[in-house]
Design a protein around this ligand. Structure first.
Ligand code: ADP
Ligand code: MG
Length: 369
């Protein structure tokens, strides 16, 4: 059990900066997801925590102890990778016990810990099989078992599910969640999949180009994205973003967007923002079919993707560069070419300044100051 603290954690390859001074406090037993697009520095960060990659500056503390110069085996961490690389000539039992064996554990101790791990992961009936006799999901479970037997303070996962098919991925996601509840250790979980991050993590860290964009609970990031990048990274399909100008500042703020239509947004803006160009955002699932004369958007249905429970409806609002997407219940009849009027609740509207920062964040910061 351990806290993990990253302070100004930095990685450079030669003169190229990859991770730019990350500060992060992870609580004991917390499940943290690091998300971000490919190449943003997730694996590099995790490998530095594991001790597989030297740090260029800053520090890493695990359980209150600075581990900057400790080799991986002395950090009491276990890492599970995307390619789970089991030893093909060993049985599941031998694979599970291998790290304990080379660490010189007593036979009884080893057997007990292998038994515990296989009970937690439901591997009991598979212990005498070899990896070639296992399914992809079972192999990944053995890889996790190998991490568990070492009873680490911190589990590090690097995209452990990306080699599995969609159905298995969902299943394993549930298993990882249950596993965390059972083993009660701190988890740092790297993924590029925002759904995995949303469903698994206590808190999500969104990374971009080696910088932290925002840290928060899944609902924080979903409801109050601090900037345009987070707004569009979390949620699927991505939040609709439209250019707009501020007509009235204060709280609520009134903005004009497509075709001069106005929206009243219950977020405070400073008087200096009057007339400012902003980005106006609304999530596809927050748009609803307007009942009265009060609506945000009017457009023609371009095409519909029926998914059964829901349908994604793409609406042409008269701007070829701004296709609007809305997620409606699957049982609503929506015809291609028909006119649709959409509205949304005020609290589901977002506005971002020209630097992409959310005005809701400005407001929260002003209150905190
Ligand atoms: P992610 O896991 O988020 O996809 P990585 O942490 O693997 O990203 O990589 C971050 C960046 O660091 C990438 O641009 C990658 O090309 C670069 N990088 C990774 N390893 C090395 C290396 N050994 N030498 C130089 N650049 C590297
Ligand atoms: Mg990676």
């Amino acid at each position: 059990m351990a806290t993990v603290t990253l302070t100004k954690l930095t990685k450079r390859y030669g003169t190229v900066g990859i991770v730019h001074g990350i500060d992060l406090d992870i609580a004991d037993r917390e499940f943290i997801a690091l998300v971000g697009p490919s190449g943003c520095g997730k694996s590099t960060t995790l490998r530095m925590i594991a001790g597989l990659e030297e740090i260029s500056a800053g520090s890493i503390e695990i359980g209150g102890r600075i581990v900057n110069d400790l080799p991986p085996r002395s950090r009491n961490i276990s890492m599970v990778f995307q390619s789970y690389a089991l030893y093909p000539h060993m049985t599941v039992r031998e694979n599970l016990g291998f790290s304990l064996k080379i660490a010189g554990a007593a036979k009884e101790d080893m057997e007990r810990r292998v038994a515990e791990a296989s009970a937690i992961l439901g591997l009991d009936t598979l212990l005498d099989r070899r990896p070639s006799q296992l399914s992809g999901g079972q192999r990944q479970r053995v890889a996790m078992g190998r991490a568990i037997v070492r009873d680490p303070d911190v589990f590090l996962f690097d995209e452990p599910l990306s080699n599995l098919d969609a159905k298995l991925r969902t299943q394993m996601r549930t298993e990882i969640k249950k596993l965390h509840a059972k083993v009660q250790s701190t988890v740092i979980y790297v993924t590029h999949d925002q759904v995995e991050a949303m469903t698994l993590a206590d808190r999500i860290v969104v990374l971009k180009d080696g910088h932290i964009e925002q840290v928060g609970t899944p609902m924080d990031l979903y409801k109050k994205p601090g900037n345009l990048f987070v707004a569009q990274f979390i949620g699927s399909p991505a939040m609709n973003i439209l250019p707009a100008t501020i007509d009235k500042t204060g709280n609520p703020t009134v903005v004009s967007h497509v075709g001069g239509r106005k929206a009243t947004v219950p977020i405070a803006t400073p008087a200096s923002a009057k007339g400012a160009a902003v980005s106006f955002g609304v999530r596809p699932e927050d748009l609803i079919i307007a009942s009265g004369a009060d609506y945000l958007f009017e457009g023609t249905v371009d095409y519909v993707e029926q998914l059964g429970e829901v349908q994604l409806v793409y609406v042409d609002i008269g701007r070829a560069d701004l296709p609007l997407v809305t997620k409606l219940p699957g049982n609503v009849e929506v015809k291609r070419g028909s006119t649709l009027r959409l509205s949304a609740n005020g609290e589901d509207l977002h506005i971002f300044d020209t630097d992409g920062r959310s005005f809701a964040l400005h407001e929260a910061e002003a209150k905190a100051a």
